[in-house]
Ligand binder design. Structure first.
Ligand code: TXA
Ligand code: MG
Length: 332
């Protein structure tokens, strides 16, 4: 076994907290069966105790240890066979063994099977279910590279494993399969359409308006993923930015403009203040670059970040959700 994986699993077994890569974002992990260890996650993130955590498991066989699967087996089998390991979290009734602190007192628990070799190696070595929120201070942009974690939590966690850049870049889709009609609580790379095809039944898609008022989606806060720098969104095709009085603004497009220099000139901005999240508009690439770009721009000397909204289709729904929540703080 790799020495880092061994050290991380020893730390977890001893009630410690470690930073681990997943395919979505970096996570801050602790033994989910140890309430004292889980408490440390909340303290390090500054996260309120009413915001429940996701339980990470190695495979489907672990589900039965921690959740009541009986009533939902057909749905569970279809989802896990198609999408696990991968970026989808399912909500199930929890068993007694899961401490209340993990689920914020709810009778359900969110379970996910991550698809990153390092995270999986630690699950295997420790043989523990791991509670792991994103490894960011509560409310801030989620990290997709180890450097971002070090910049914000570096002095608080001893063991941080570098797994490279997260391939998805947005948190997992959260699906409640305990409702009469399965419901998306948080949009992610795996879309309602894809899930509906696999389940062969309707899926209630995510609606930012409804979810922010829905008590079944604890922690789905209106404001989240926020930069410190003012973030303002604009629709595709918008080219008039003079109304944003800012000494130094960055403009972020989803796709490389045909002629960035011309755009810069038109907007009366230096060309280096124009950014794009993909060359060709591929939304998977946009998702992968979103959080790291926002965090980079937040640490650069801008007083306003103007960001284009993506088309609301496929993973664009999840990208737009993160942007809307991030900008909500600045909407007065
Ligand atoms: O991709 C991911 O899911 C990442 C990586 C690290 O696995 N984790 C992550 O965790 O995004 P976190 O804590 O940042 O977000 C977990 C979300 C919260 O919004 C929480 O409200 C929701 O999951 N959640 C947890 N348990 C729930 C439950 N029983 N019912 C409804 N929502 C729940
Ligand atoms: Mg988070």
């Amino acid at each position: 076994m790799n020495a880092d994986v061994f050290a991380a699993s020893q730390e977890l077994k001893g009630g410690g907290v470690v930073v681990l890569p997943t395919e979505t974002v970096y996570g801050l992990a602790a033994n989910a069966l140890d309430a004292e260890a889980v408490k440390k996650i909340f303290a390090i993130k500054g996260r309120p105790l009413n915001d429940p955590l996701i339980l990470h498991v190695l495979d489907i066989s672990w589900l039965e240890r921690y959740t009541h699967v009986e009533k939902f087996l057909p749905r569970i089998e279809k989802i896990t066979e198609t999408f696990w390991p991968g970026p989808i979290t399912i909500i199930l009734p929890k068993k007694e063994i899961i401490p209340d602190i993990v689920t914020a007192g709810f009778s359900t628990v969110a379970v996910r099977c991550p698809d990153h070799p390092t995270f999986r190696a630690v699950l295997k070595a420790s043989n523990l279910p791991l509670a792991a929120p994103s490894a960011n201070p509560f409310g801030y942009v989620s990290p997709t590279r180890i450097g971002q974690v070090k910049a914000t939590l570096g002095d608080k966690v001893k063991i941080m494993l570098d797994g490279g850049e997260c391939s998805v870049g947005l948190e997992s889709t959260i699906l409640d399969i305990t409702c009469p009609t399965p419901r998306i609580l948080r949009p992610g790379a795996i879309t309602a359409d894809a899930i509906s095809k696999v389940l062969e039944e309707d899926v209630v898609d995510y609606d930012v308006q409804i979810v922010s008022q829905n008590p079944n989606a604890p922690g789905q806060l209106k404001q989240h993923y926020c930069t410190n720098t003012r973030l303002v969104l604009f629709e595709h095709g918008h080219r008039e930015f003079s109304q944003y009085f800012a000494k130094k603004k960055a403009i972020v497009f989803m796709q490389r403009p045909n002629n960035p220099d011309e755009i810069a000139k038109k907007l009366q901005l230096p060309a280096e203040d124009i950014f794009w999240l993909s060359y060709d508009g591929n939304l998977d690439v946009v998702a992968r670059n979103l959080f790291s770009t926002l965090q980079y721009l937040d640490s650069a000397q801008y007083d306003t970040i103007l960001c284009e909204r993506p088309p609301r289709e496929g993973i664009g729904i999840a990208i737009d959700d993160r942007l809307l929540r991030a900008a909500a703080k600045f909407n007065g």
